[in-house]
Design a protein around this ligand. Structure first.
Ligand SMILES: [Fe+2]
Ligand SMILES: [Fe+2]
Length: 442
């Protein structure tokens, strides 16, 4: 029987007696009820055979006095074959002692004395049938609970596995996205670098201006403990701050600002708006456009193009203005002049052109960017050709390509990427001079 299916309403009853009259009479009595399906055995052996053939016998009624096998003996065997069947013993007064022993041993649910009262027998049978139904129902419910528990456990296991699989898939996708993101960021940085090189080619009188300004802006932003994303953004904007100069006429580009006439000054001032306009079609660069537009605003409001003052000027633009000013002034001095002199010259600019509250970040940042040469006793100076460059060497002079494009600035410590870049540029746009480097004494 499938334990999870509800048991039938009728109960199978097995009657065992060697006297045919008795079994006939019992069959007749039980036949009046719809609740029972009756089976007859004329001996203990026959009764056992029926139990082997017929499953789910609910009640067994057996006579005690039978040849070969007594009722108690038969019911003991029956208990093994059908442990859930309710057992009733029919017995005469002479057998009461044996019947009581059988009840005490648990082999019999009840005994009825012969001759029986029909009402009494039907009532005992009804009680036995209810008892069997209760046991069957209990068994069915237990089986159902066990089945549902197993299903729940299986479902839980599958769910857990599914969550693990999905987590692993999400992690793989996330790793792949992070990798692509990194590639995009590197590619974005390389594009910005290439554009900075282009800007520097247009204005070779200040080699490395875009990249030096960017390094100084980034160093100040880091000293201010700004978030990495903001540092990257300000650095990129500083790289491109003079991109508008690409469209400037040669006459204006060559002249010092102090010597420009009114018309030329207007053209010069347009480079900030032109710079913003040039990069505006690229959504990823649009945010940088504002910093480019405002890098010539003065702290006191006297700058261009919008005459913004103080905090109205975006922080990134104020930082670019400081680095731009420092870098331009640095070019007015020989390379080995201490940058402290430049800081002294800038004293007049704080509070007028530049934000005085940012002054404290410039000194350390400038030292970091422009004073990185290691002249300790461990280091010696050497002249080497591009194919002799080795990782760890430090460049003592700016390296420019044959046509004057700044490739690497003074103080750079070489890594594999920078050596590869110099060697490739040497093939494309060769430079004659050997490269002066600092190397560690052996
Ligand atoms: Fe500028
Ligand atoms: Fe500039």
């Amino acid at each position: 029987m499938n334990e999870t299916i509800e048991p039938p309403a009728s109960v199978k009853v097995l009657l065992v007696d060697d006297e045919v009259n008795i079994t006939k009479s019992l069959r007749r009595l039980l036949g009046q009820e719809d609740d029972y399906e009756v089976f007859i055995g004329n001996s203990g052996e026959e009764g056992l055979e029926l139990l082997r053939e017929e499953s789910d016998i609910g009640v067994i009624i057996s006579d005690q006095r039978m040849p070969q096998m007594t009722g108690v003996e038969f019911l003991r065997e029956a208990r093994i074959l059908a442990p859930e069947a309710i057992r009733i013993l029919l017995t005469g007064y002479a057998d009461i002692e044996a019947s009581l022993a059988a009840i005490n041993q648990g082999a019999v649910f009840r005994y009825l004395s012969k001759p029986w009262q029909d009402d009494e027998l039907l009532a005992a049978l009804a009680e036995a049938a209810d008892h069997f139904r209760l046991i069957s129902e209990n068994k069915r419910l237990n089986a159902l609970v066990a089945k549902q528990n197993a299903e729940l456990q299986d479902w839980n296991t599958r769910l857990k596995q599914r969550v693990l699989d999905q987590t692993s898939q999400i992690r793989a996708k996330s790793d792949s996205l992070a990798e692509k993101n990194l590639q995009l960021r590197v590619s974005f940085g390389e594009t910005i670098d290439a554009l900075a090189g282009l800007i520097e080619m247009r204005d070779p009188k200040v080699p490395g201006h875009s990249r030096n300004t960017a390094e100084l802006v980034a160093a100040m932003a880091i000293a201010m403990e700004l978030p990495d994303e903001e540092v990257r953004s300000y650095r990129s904007a500083a790289m491109l701050h003079d991109i508008g100069k690409i469209s400037m006429s040669d006459e204006v580009l060559r002249k010092s600002i102090l010597r420009l006439n009114e018309k030329e000054l207007i053209e010069y001032q347009q480079h900030v708006v032109r710079g913003q306009t040039a990069i505006d079609p690229v959504p990823e660069l649009r945010e940088l456009g504002l910093l480019i537009r405002h890098h010539h605003e003065n702290y006191d409001g006297s700058g261009f193009p919008d005459g913004l003052a103080k905090q109205d000027i975006p922080l990134g633009a104020r930082l670019i203005a400081i680095a731009d000013c420092f870098e331009h002034k640095l070019h007015q001095f020989a390379e080995d002049v201490a940058f402290e002199d430049v800081l002294k010259v800038m004293t007049q600019d704080w509070g007028i052109g530049l934000d005085p509250r940012l002054k404290k970040f410039l000194h350390q940042a400038a030292e970091q960017v422009f004073c990185t040469l290691d002249f300790s006793a461990e280091m010696i100076e050497r002249m080497v050709s591009p194919n002799e460059l080795v990782v760890g060497m430090q460049i003592l002079q700016n390296i420019c390509s044959g046509t004057g494009v700044l490739l690497l600035k003074r103080g750079t410590v070489l890594d594999e990427a920078s050596i590869d870049s110099i060697q490739r540029c040497f093939m494309i746009d060769p430079f004659k001079a050997k490269i002066t480097v600092l190397i560690k004494r052996k």
